[in-house]
Design a protein around this ligand. Structure first.
Ligand SMILES: C[S@@+](CC[C@H](N)C(=O)[O-])C[C@H]1O[C@@H](n2cnc3c(N)ncnc32)[C@H](O)[C@@H]1O
Length: 289
């Protein structure tokens, strides 16, 4: 526990995928005037220095934001993401990378609020400092899963729970399934977005089946695979489950996922997947395309 530090991975292809989608989810919440609340349960440090020793160790960001940073031909969703990273680097040199808390915060209106939880003893103070004096953001040094029980439902009644775990624990998918049950019981109309890695294919498929067995009505699965899933080691791809997704998100992602793949792939055959996961006792997975 606590050995994972996101600073080593900030801005990599998985971050690009999750942050492009996250921005779309927040922007969809803005379409209605009523205030919304976002919970970021595994918040990380808030922003990352890509010139720091951890980021430079494997330079993962070069295969992620590094591939999009200079592009001038991106579609609207990737451009919106690129603009957020550029805004943090006004001198035109890529150095600072916004974590999910910073990305979300930048898109809140004055009536909206953000609640962050981060458990790591070193990342939490950095996160807290990032939002010192910001009355719309509260950061807790706590377990993100446990905090859901205390914090849901929010008074706003509209919003998003974004869950982006470190996957250090063998039972992370089980904890996620439990978290979804908790959220659904307390806040059935809330949007939920869960990021997961694709290392071995099997665990994430089993996770999806377990979610389907919870009989939650509207669940969308989006995946980006950069490397063949039968490669013996490494992060081959990643995905996001979105519960109660905004209207037309599927159509948008149908365009965005291939664009992401084209921008990020390294020559090996990649794949994307976009699929509704119907509530079903036996599950219903999977077709790569
Ligand atoms: C993948 S990183 C988060 C990155 C961040 N969401 C972003 O997009 O910039 C996962 C974070 O979760 C933290 N973490 C791990 N287990 C946790 C838990 N049970 N509750 C809260 N935070 C946890 C880790 O310390 C790490 O900072």
């Amino acid at each position: 526990m606590n050995s994972y530090r996101h600073a080593f991975h900030a801005g990599n292809f998985a971050d690009v995928f999750k942050h492009v989608l996250l921005i779309q989810l927040i922007d969809a919440l803005q379409r209605k005037d009523k205030p919304f609340r976002v919970f970021d349960t595994h918040a990380g440090a808030g922003r990352y220095d890509l010139h720091s020793a951890p980021a430079l160790k494997n330079r993962e960001y070069q295969g992620g934001i590094g591939r999009l940073w200079d592009r001038q031909d991106l579609g609207p969703e990737l451009s919106a993401y690129q603009a957020q990273v550029r805004a943090l680097n006004p001198d035109g040199t890529l150095r600072w990378y916004p974590g999910s808390p910073r990305l979300i915060r930048n898109r809140l209106r004055p009536v909206d609020r953000l609640t962050l939880t981060e458990r790591h003893p070193s990342d939490y103070p950095v996160l807290k400092a990032e939002f010192t004096g910001d009355r719309q953001v509260v950061a807790h040094h706590a377990d993100g899963y446990a905090s859901l029980k205390a914090l849901l439902p929010p008074p706003e009644r509209r919003g998003l729970v974004f869950i982006d775990p470190a996957f250090e624990l063998r039972d992370e998918f089980d904890r996620l399934t439990e978290a979804v049950q908790t959220i659904h019981r307390r806040w059935a109309t809330g949007m939920v977005a869960i990021w997961y890695p694709i290392l071995d294919r099997e665990p994430s498929l089993r996770f999806q089946q377990h979610l389907q067995e919870l009989a939650i009505p509207t669940m969308l699965c989006a995946e980006l695979g950069l490397y063949p899933y039968d490669r013996p080691t490494g992060l081959h791809g990643c995905g996001m489950i979105i519960i109660n997704p905004p209207w037309m998100l599927d159509e948008k992602l149908d365009r965005v996922l291939p664009e992401l793949l084209a921008a990020l792939q390294t020559g090996e055959s990649g794949q994307t997947r976009l699929e509704w996961l119907p509530a079903a006792p036996l599950g219903n997975c999977v077709e790569a395309r």
